[in-house]
Design a binder for this molecule. Structure first.
Ligand code: HEC
Length: 143
């Protein structure tokens, strides 16, 4: 039952992306749907495409990259993500509720929300959030 609801949400989201005919946005949506069907989340196939589309613009090693300049967080690689910010780690493998990386996506962390300024509500699509959370829960593997 729960699975059905999640699938429905993913399909709806994929359809609404389709309506905007954003080819770039469709690739991670497809990956997210396959994640929900198969269960195991892959860092390279599922997580990285989302980071590339929504996070890397502000989180790559460059002084003009806002998020990197302010926090030191480099989201261009697994190593960068696991290293975290200059203040500490953002991923606690197995615990998405203790991981800043996934907590910031819903804005439950002291009002700070990522990605910064994405759209009016500033929130990543639900199926991407679920994919990232699931990857952390499954142990944040370099798979
Ligand atoms: C428009 C620019 C921008 C985008 C896009 C962006 N970030 Fe950030 N990010 C920032 C800035 C700026 C900071 C530093 C915030 C601060 O310390 O006040 C930051 C900080 C962070 C931090 C560290 C917070 C802490 O506790 O120090 C995490 C984790 C993070 N971002 C994750 C993400 C993720 C995941 C995405 C993509 C879903 C993303 N960011 C997209 C600008 C951005």
């Amino acid at each position: 039952m729960r699975m059905k609801i999640m699938m429905g949400g993913a399909l709806l989201a994929a359809l609404s992306l389709n309506a905007f005919a954003e080819d770039k946005a469709l690739a991670p949506a497809h990956a997210a749907i396959s994640v929900m069907q198969s269960g195991e989340v892959s860092f390279s196939k599922d997580v990285m495409p989302i980071l590339q589309d929504y996070c890397v613009s502000c989180h790559h090693p460059s002084p003009t990259s806002k998020g990197f300049a302010k926090s030191g967080l480099d989201l261009t690689s697994y190593e960068g993500l696991m290293k975290g910010t200059k203040f500490g780690k953002v991923v606690v493998p197995g615990d998405s509720q203790a991981s800043t990386f996934t907590k910031l996506l819903t804005g439950t962390n002291k009002g700070l929300k990522m990605p910064m300024g994405l759209n009016a509500s500033g929130t990543l699509d639900r199926q991407y959030i679920l994919t990232l959370r699931k990857w952390v829960k499954q142990g944040a593997k370099n798979n």
